[in-house]
Design a protein around this ligand. Structure first.
Ligand SMILES: [Zn+2]
Length: 335
């Protein structure tokens, strides 16, 4: 599982130090830990947070996170949990690697390339990057917990919301700064999560464009190249309509938290241990609370494996996005 040369060893060492300190107990278990027993697999940290969404991330040691962030950590996290709308098909194969471009407000040492036309299942290239992608958002509390988790940990996330769920507008104040900084990116998952292959062309287009408008008005997302079809249900017709509407890249996944049902924390962590590997796109969901109780374990897993979280926009960016990123960074774009 991704034992290629690591980037940012210093960052990893910092987080590993943090993790070791956590495992040893040190001053970690203070206020809001719920006293869950140690020993849940790889993590065993006993720092599983309280399940209330809002307090979940407070349960993590902010000071240690800040230390890790100060060292340049670009963390990671993930999601899981969904009742009805669930993407169930993992898919193999790695994707293409287009030409180089200019780094937006992204990660040091990571230069996004133009988004490929077609289906992607994993991240291109080498290295230890992990893309955590969170879909749907049926739960306002789960979305809130992800926002807090991202803010506290520095984990980079890509959300694929359905605009029909109020969870996103409920949490816009917490999410918007993360979007503006580039730590959180968005793709289109349709407005109301239908199986697009059962709809006519016009209905498919309406589902896509209505969610585009939602992303634009809510988060200022103007031109995400990514569409993730609900349930992973797609064909050449869907791909073509998506491309015509500005989503040339069909963002599938090659790792899943398999959260089409309510899982126990142990089941969720087992899925994470299976799929948190280098250059994997992992799909999770902001639909059930389970994931919000194991963020610390997920961070520990990421640290143990020397992974770095990235958004899909860190990896693939359109010319317009790269231009804006370069302008935001005060640089001149030459390509
Ligand atoms: Zn979905």
């Amino acid at each position: 599982m991704g034992r290629s040369p690591r980037r940012g060893e210093g960052q990893i060492t910092t987080l590993r130090t943090w993790y070791i300190a956590v495992r040893r107990g040190s001053d970690y278990r203070t206020e809001s830990f719920n006293g869950a027993p140690n020993g849940s697999g790889a993590s065993g940290g006993g720092f599983r947070a309280a399940s209330e969404a809002g307090s979940t991330v407070r349960a993590m040691d902010r000071r240690r996170f800040l230390l890790a962030l100060a060292a340049g950590l670009a963390g990671a996290a993930l999601g899981r949990g969904t009742t009805g709308p669930v993407d169930t098909r993992p898919a193999p194969s790695r994707a293409l690697t287009p030409a180089a471009a200019v780094t937006p407000a992204g990660l040091p040492g990571l230069v996004p390339v133009p988004p490929p036309v077609g289906v992607v299942h994993g991240l291109p290239g080498e290295g230890s990057d992990l893309a955590l992608t969170i879909d749907d958002g049926t739960s306002t509390e789960a979305v809130a917990a992800f926002a807090t988790f991202a803010a506290d940990s520095g984990v980079r996330l890509t959300f694929f919301p359905n605009g029909c769920y109020r969870s996103w507008t409920d949490n816009v104040a917490a999410l918007r700064p993360l979007v503006d900084s580039g730590q959180v990116a968005f793709g289109n998952h349709t407005w109301s999560h239908p199986d697009l292959t059962t709809l006519g062309d016009r209905e498919v287009a309406e589902e896509i464009t209505r969610n585009q408008e939602f992303l634009r008005t809510t988060f200022g997302v103007r031109d995400s190249p990514f569409l993730r079809p609900p349930f992973g249900a797609r064909d050449e017709r869907i791909d073509r309509i998506a491309a015509d509407l500005g989503h040339p890249t069909i963002a599938m996944w090659d790792g899943t938290l398999d959260d089409s049902r309510v899982l126990s924390a142990e089941e969720l962590l087992a899925a994470a241990r299976q799929w948190f590997t280098a250059r994997t796109i992992v799909v999770g969901h902001a639909n059930h609370p389970t994931v919000t109780t194991v963020y610390g374990d997920l961070l520990a897993l990421i640290a143990e494996r020397g992974l770095r979280t990235v958004t899909l926009a860190d990896v693939w960016a359109t010319s317009a996005q790269r231009l804006r990123g370069a302008v935001a960074n005060g640089r001149v774009v030459t390509s």
